[in-house]
Design a protein around this ligand. Structure first.
Ligand code: ZN
Length: 269
């Protein structure tokens, strides 16, 4: 239904309506407790986000499930986006260097940020998913068979994608192939805090079953602590950044990020 409405309302008008609604809604939330690094506004609380399923709790999947203070009432950045923003601001050269950047399955606030950076050559694309609505300016791609030449990009963002891909090892090696030596990628996935080994079963194919076993209707696995090993098998060097431990001094609570979420920074020598 939502998709049908989106198709009927021209993109520009829809964007205006959304803008007016966001501005109106944000007024109710303004305050001093939280700050969104994307739009710079401050709030007494943020919007909740995500939804709960028993498996999410049972397997302690980090960053999934219903979360308070998840979405910025003004620009709709999520806790995941804000974590990446803070990393980029503190530890990357993306705001200053000339870089070729690809963003797979782009999310709103990061797209707006990257599109505004004049120093980067930015491309975005999404993995095709039947039944979803895509605006015309988005490129659909098959992440297991990328059309880009070897070593085309300095930076790759591919967040919350690999858990949807059957042959994720193929996807990882494709990402590695298109990355330049010296380049880096952020490859976030939902990950269980208690599973040592990734749980997957190609016989679980129905939407309802996948919700029960994997925590979302279109996920094909739950990654465990071996996620890093799987990336390393493709050639990546992995640095795990743990904000709760490493960013203690920076008063990060005000940005309403999930401090349990580990950032997976993959690089290529
Ligand atoms: Zn915001």
């Amino acid at each position: 239904m939502k998709s049908k409405i989106k198709k009927i309302i021209p993109f520009k008008i829809g964007k205006k309506i959304r803008g007016i609604w966001q501005r109106t809604q944000a007024v109710y939330y303004y305050g001093n407790k939280y700050e969104c690094p994307f739009c710079g506004n401050t709030f007494r609380k943020m919007l909740p986000g995500g939804y709960d399923l028993p498996v999410i709790k049972e397997k302690q999947i980090i960053g999934a499930g219903r979360r308070a203070n998840c979405i910025c009432p003004r620009c709709y950045s999520t806790d995941r986006d804000r974590l990446i923003y803070l990393y980029l601001k503190n530890s990357s050269s993306i705001f200053t260097n000339q870089l070729d950047v690809i963003h797979i399955a782009p999310s709103g606030s990061l797209v707006a940020l990257f599109s505004s950076l004049k120093n980067i050559n930015y491309q975005s694309g999404v993995k095709y998913h039947e039944g979803f609505y895509y605006s015309k300016d988005i490129t659909l791609i098959d992440i297991t068979k990328l059309s880009f030449k070897d070593q085309s990009f300095d930076v790759i963002f591919c967040n919350h994608v690999l858990e949807h891909i059957h042959d994720d090892r193929k996807a990882m090696s494709e990402l590695y192939r298109i990355l330049r030596p010296g380049g880096w990628a952020i490859l976030q996935v939902p990950i269980s805090n208690i599973l040592d080994k990734t749980y997957e079963d190609p016989n679980i194919t129905g939407s309802k079953e996948r919700e029960v076993y994997f925590g979302q209707f279109d996920h094909v696995r739950i990654y465990g602590k071996d996620y890093t090993n799987r990336l390393e098998e493709s050639g990546f060097k992995i640095q795990e950044v743990k904000p709760a431990i490493e960013w203690k001094e920076n008063n990060i609570d005000k940005y309403a990020i999930n401090k349990e979420e580990v950032l997976f920074i993959a690089s290529k020598d």
